[in-house]
Write a protein that binds this ligand. Structure first.
Ligand code: F6R
Length: 257
């Protein structure tokens, strides 16, 4: 894993947007894996600006998001479908055929999970997967205890995750109890991974990710140690309690994007 230390959220967002742009420039039919939540909002804003300024060609781009809340329709104001539409798809004028999220209101969720896996496979897999990290170490909505061999599936959200995401809902009881999420194994199939972490809230998770050498299913992000091309962009707040950071470890190398 290569760690890039940055000062703050803005710098993280700019750097991440640069890496997304580099990926798209190097391969115009890139398949991007995307995340939602507070962390990538700045990245999407910076990427939109860059793409428009530089007139990036995005017509061959395909995107797959990590997850969606179970029970929310794509039009629901708190759905990740709408989040993506507002933050990225609409500003970039991406066509609906280019963008994919699992349907949280599909009548048969298991079939939807299978369909989603199939779709990713059909386009040849994900080139670059963007990730945030939960305070409990979740990636996607793979909560602690999820098997490292998991594919897209339905996950019961931890009370702490529902609490962390309550800020987006009127009442905390409104946060759905389940999500449909790519599995750990689906995430690890991506050819490269970019994990972003910003803010003090993430410091314990980032410390464990960087300092604990074990890969354990009770800490989903540790599965990333099994992947050869992971880059982490973290700000000083998220790195606050990590003792040693910015040197890429000797045995790992960052894949040029
Ligand atoms: C979102 C996702 C989650 C978030 C994580 C951090 O699609 O898969 O793993 O990345 O919960 O959320 P924020 O960025 O809001 O702190």
């Amino acid at each position: 894993m290569q760690v890039i230390r940055v000062k703050n959220y803005n710098e993280m967002s700019e750097k991440a947007a640069d890496m997304l742009a580099a990926q798209v420039k190097s391969k115009s039919d890139s398949v991007l894996g995307l995340a939602t939540g507070g962390t990538p909002e700045g990245t999407y804003k910076a990427f939109v600006q860059k793409a428009l300024q530089e007139n990036l060609s995005l017509s061959e781009l395909t995107t797959f998001n990590l997850d969606e809340y179970v029970g929310l329709s794509p039009q629901h104001p708190k759905s990740y479908h709408l989040y993506m539409k507002n933050h990225l798809f609409q500003p970039l004028a991406l066509q609906p055929s280019q963008t994919n999220l699992p349907r949280g209101n599909a009548p048969h969720l298991e079939k939807e999970a299978e369909r989603y896996e199939r779709m990713i496979k059909e386009v040849g897999g994900i080139d670059l997967q963007l990730l945030g990290i939960g305070e409990n170490g979740h990636i996607g909505f793979n909560e602690p205890g999820t098997s490292f061999t998991s594919r897209t599936h339905i996950e019961k959200l931890n009370p702490t995750t529902r609490e962390a995401n309550a800020r987006y809902f009127e009442n905390k009881e409104d946060v759905p109890e389940h999500a449909i999420t790519m599995g750990i194994s689906s995430i690890l199939d991506s050819r490269s991974i970019l994990l972003l972490a910003s803010g003090e809230r993430k410091k314990e998770a980032v410390k464990r990710l960087l300092e604990d050498e074990n890969t354990r299913e009770d800490f989903p992000a540790s599965s990333l140690k099994n992947h050869p091309y992971v880059t982490i962009i973290a700000d000083e707040h998220a790195l606050a309690v990590v003792s040693k950071t910015d040197e890429p470890s000797e045995k790992d190398e960052a894949k040029p994007l």
